[in-house]
Design a protein around this ligand. Structure first.
Ligand code: NAD
Length: 474
């Protein structure tokens, strides 16, 4: 187990941060802003080293994508939190208890930091999944310990060094290591635990957190569907799906996984996605614009889904061809109408492949989506507003983009999170601030207490009983 604060164990870090939190009492708005600014400055200073590390971890992820997704994506969350937290952290006045409010009793909700937040990230967005939640955790006045994914070890190391250079570990620290370290991390009595990762590991994390009654934010994955309505422009939908699917070679939690379209337009959509993808990536192997699959295991996993589909005799359209063994870049594979038992139907794809399914009536597609787990993202293409609203009313997912894919997680002032099997809780914006705050109700009594003179205290009289009876109204 490697750790950045070499001799300091996870529990020691947590205890140290908890103690410092108690001693600090409430971090002022300025202190919170300054901590967020330190993360911003750290990213600006180390952006090249971080992008290089991400490039190496993926075996050739384009630096522009790392810059856009992980550096600018994190900066966007951090700057939004920095610039808005003053407006979030004030007390919220509430109506007080009747009839005491007539005698000066007041009430408010005070948003207080929970304390120390543990944040476990993924390899696919190795900075964003740590630093975007951190923005809200810091805005809410907390301290934090980060656990990057061991599958992107160079990025984890550069981040750990950069954090150690800028931060007192009492405020922010990084713990590195594999699944065993992550499991030990999840067992600690954090004041809140954020986990981004797969649904299966998410269940282990929640079980571990439950032993200490640690509240969790689970940012999980799943099979995000796209519904291409009959009113959609096929060429436009094909282009946007191809562009969204191309990002990080499909290794995104909100990447389109299953695309539903009317039977009569399936071929046109498949051809459209293929030609758009081909235009983005005229070649596969060695194409510096294409993100490779992160490692051999995931490369074999995605390939196995596609090989299984081929072995079943399904229609599989591959956009380009990879030179075997040269690098881990894979062509996009479109798999048409696989049965439920096919490997590609049973797992989140999380790579450069996508399923196309046909419907005769969009209601059948919605019924099939609703029969499965609730997805992280759902996409609808079409100009028919009645149908669009029907789809929104009759499905549930973490978030939605309409007439595009993968866009809603970029909304800084709207919660980002899953529902059901795709997770619980959220970050971004004020909702993220609230996630990492305790909403503490405060009642303050007025100077005068009318209970005795109103006969509200024992010995009870008939008049009080009648007053209560009269208050029981529909
Ligand atoms: P993963 O679940 O394998 O790993 C995530 C983290 O969990 C890593 O830090 C790892 O060290 C840790 N971990 C692994 N095994 C563990 C165990 N037994 N106990 C405790 N911790 C353990 O996920 P991944 O492969 O890194 O990421 C892919 C998944 O993450 C996909 O399902 C994707 O959809 C999801 N994801 C979700 C979001 C989101 O915001 N909702 C973002 C990115 C990725």
């Amino acid at each position: 187990m490697t750790q950045t604060n070499s001799s300091i164990g996870i529990r020691q870090l947590l205890d140290m941060q908890k103690q410092a939190f108690i001693e600090e009492a409430a971090a002022s708005a300025d202190v919170r802003m300054q901590r967020i600014q330190q993360v911003i400055d750290m990213l600006v200073e180390h952006k090249e080293a971080l992008c290089q590390a991400m490039g190496e971890d993926f075996g050739g992820r384009p630096a522009v994508f790392s810059l856009a997704n992980d550096i600018l994506g994190s900066l966007s969350s951090l700057k939004h939190a920095r610039d808005h937290l003053k407006g979030w952290l004030g007390d919220s006045e509430r109506p007080s208890v009747k009839p005491f409010d007539m005698f000066g009793a007041t009430a408010w909700v005070k948003y207080q930091p929970k304390g120390v937040i543990g944040i476990i990230g993924t390899w696919n967005a190795p900075l964003f999944t740590l630093l975007s939640p951190l923005a809200c955790a810091f805005a809410a006045g907390n301290r934090a310990v980060l656990k990057p994914s061991e599958i992107a070890p160079r990025t984890a190391q550069v981040l750990a060094e950069a954090v150690a250079k800028r931060f007192d570990p009492q405020v922010l620290a990084v713990v590195q290591g594999g699944p065993e370290v992550a499991a030990a991390f999840a067992e600690q009595p954090w004041n809140h635990l954020v986990f981004t990762g797969s649904t299966s590991v998410g269940k282990l994390i929640m079980a571990a957190a439950a032993r200490n009654l640690v509240p969790v934010t689970l940012e999980l994955g799943g099979k995000s569907p796209v519904l291409v309505g009959d009113s959609a422009d096929i060429a436009n939908a094909a282009e946007r799906i191809a562009v969204g699917k191309s990002l990080n070679s499909g290794q995104l939690c909100v990447s389109p996984d299953v695309v539903w379209v009317h039977e009569s337009r399936l071929q046109a959509l498949a051809d459209g996605i293929a030609s758009q993808y081909q235009a983005l990536y005229p070649s596969v192997t060695g194409n510096a614009d294409m993100t490779p699959v992160i490692n051999e295991r995931h490369h074999a996993r995605v390939k196995a889904y596609v090989d299984d589909a081929k072995a079943r005799g399904l229609t599989v359209l591959e956009v380009g061809a990879a030179q075997a063994g040269a690098d881990r870049r894979l062509p996009l594979a479109l798999v048409i109408n696989p049965p439920a038992e096919a490997e590609i139907s049973r797992h989140e794809i999380f790579g450069p492949a996508v399923v196309l399914r046909s419907f005769l009536n969009i209601r059948d597609a919605v019924a099939a989506i609703n029969a499965g787990e609730r997805p992280l993202a759902l996409y609808y293409f079409g100009s028919d507003e009645t149908e669009q609203n029907w789809v929104l009313d009759n499905t549930l997912s973490g978030g939605v983009s309409i007439n595009d894919v993968v866009m809603h997680p970029a909304l800084e002032d709207a919660p980002f999170g899953g529902v059901g099997a795709s997770g619980m809780g959220h970050y971004h914006g004020r909702e993220g601030f609230l996630e990492f705050s305790h909403a503490r109700s405060v009642y303050k009594a007025g100077n005068h207490d009318p209970r005795r003179e109103w006969g509200m205290l024992p010995p009870y009289n008939e008049q009080f009983a009648q007053m209560l009876q009269a208050a029981v109204t529909p």
